[in-house]
Design a protein around this ligand. Structure first.
Ligand SMILES: [Zn+2]
Length: 383
């Protein structure tokens, strides 16, 4: 049985009014009534209930146009919290959000022994526990835990099917978290979560966007007609494995010349390391120091990224392609090459309607997306 937390708004009207205040607040009761079909009396009654249950607060704000200052309503950020856990290949971000979807705490722990998933998960538990202790949180105040992984998942079963760069497979990750915390748990692919983060926090008006996450591999999250597109398997958007050169290098999926084997950070490291043994960070420093050989590799990577993005634009015609992940550290060395290839290879009709941008949330799109997912799926409203 799940912990009985206090996030139960059983009444649909009550839930709707809460969501409106969450979205539009601080807002006066009058404006709230003007923006909905609810009568002033209904608004007044429901707001009273929400205030009594501590979901909504009254606040005085703004200048009065004479007479008394109006009272505004806003949601109570401290009514509840949620954890977003972004498991990357070399580190894990553990971020605590409040109910206003603002970051309260952000800790990063390194993954030193990635082959040992049990140890990695244990270290995540320790970090969560220390945040709970430090913030003096009660488990009942936690709405849920969202977990993102760089790989294929079975969302319904809460199982990580395969994460090649972590070398993890068939890991019942939700069960592990459930056994430990007895809270609602959501598992999502990291690029999917990031696409939701960008959509909900940066581009709410964009109905068709693709988030391209370029790190050790390439993952993509597709927002299609305003919703995350999952496909029959739940793992749609694996553009990292579209083949862009059949005579290219062997990919871990078994094919040759997949996009991610020619345009990811692993590709950059492999290419540069043919002549010298540098880490990713050292390579990026070398580029900044003007090392031409390195810059050439980055430019070539940019062109390869552009080829894949052309394929995405031609197949989905998104209005927005957002590039995120570790690759954003070298955006100045790849952007013009990406654009050159897209201008050359994308169909004009689709290209004209599309924009290519780097993530504004930078490396936090995934944790924001997880917070949004928990908020929207686990705040229990009447159905
Ligand atoms: Zn592949």
């Amino acid at each position: 049985m799940e912990v009985k937390n206090s996030f139960l708004i059983r009444d649909l009207n009550l839930a709707n009014i809460y969501k409106l205040i969450h979205k539009l607040g601080p807002i006066s009761r009058k404006d709230l009534a003007d923006k909905t079909d609810y009568s002033s009396a209904t608004i007044s009654n429901h707001v009273k209930t929400l205030i009594k249950q501590d979901f909504v607060l009254e606040t005085k704000k703004g200048t009065s146009t004479g007479g008394r200052r109006p009272v505004y309503l806003k949601t109570n950020p401290e009514k509840g919290y949620m954890f977003s856990i972004d498991i990357e290949v070399n580190q894990v971000k553990i971020v605590l959000f409040n109910l206003d979807l603002k970051i309260v705490m952000k800790n990063i722990i390194p993954i030193t022994n990635k082959s040992n998933s049990e140890e990695v998960i244990d270290n995540i538990f320790k970090e969560i526990d220390s945040i709970i202790a430090e913030r003096d949180l009660n488990v009942q105040e936690i709405l849920g835990i969202g977990i993102a992984v760089p790989g294929l998942i079975d969302k319904e079963e809460g199982v990580l099917k395969f994460a090649p760069n972590l070398t993890w497979s068939d890991l019942k990750i939700c069960e592990l978290f459930k056994n430990k915390y007895n809270l609602p748990i959501i598992l999502e692919n990291e690029a999917n979560a990031a696409a939701i983060g960008e959509k909900d926090f940066v581009y709410p008006d964009s109905n068709n966007l693709v988030y391209v996450s370029i790190n050790e591999g390439i993952g993509c999250g597709v927002i299609f007609n305003n919703e995350l597109y999952k496909g029959a398997s739940g793992n749609a958007g694996e553009f990292g494995h579209i083949i862009i050169d059949r005579s290219g290098p062997k990919c871990h999926c078994g094919n040759n010349g997949c996009w991610e084997s020619l345009a990811s950070e692993n590709y950059i490291v492999e290419q540069v390391s043919e002549n010298n043994n540098l880490t990713k960070k050292e390579i990026y420093h070398q580029a900044q120091a003007g090392n031409e050989e390195v810059i050439n590799v980055l430019n070539r990577t940019g062109q390869n990224i552009g080829v894949g993005i052309s394929n995405i634009i031609n197949s989905l015609s998104p209005e927005l392609v957002i590039i995120g992940g570790g690759i954003t550290a070298i955006k100045d060395y790849i952007f013009s090459d990406i654009m050159m290839m897209v201008e050359e290879e994308a169909l004009e009709v689709s290209y004209d309607k599309s924009e290519i941008k780097f993530s504004e949330l930078e490396n936090l799109a995934t944790v924001y997306g997880l917070a949004s997912l928990i908020f929207n799926e686990k705040l229990v409203f009447s159905k």
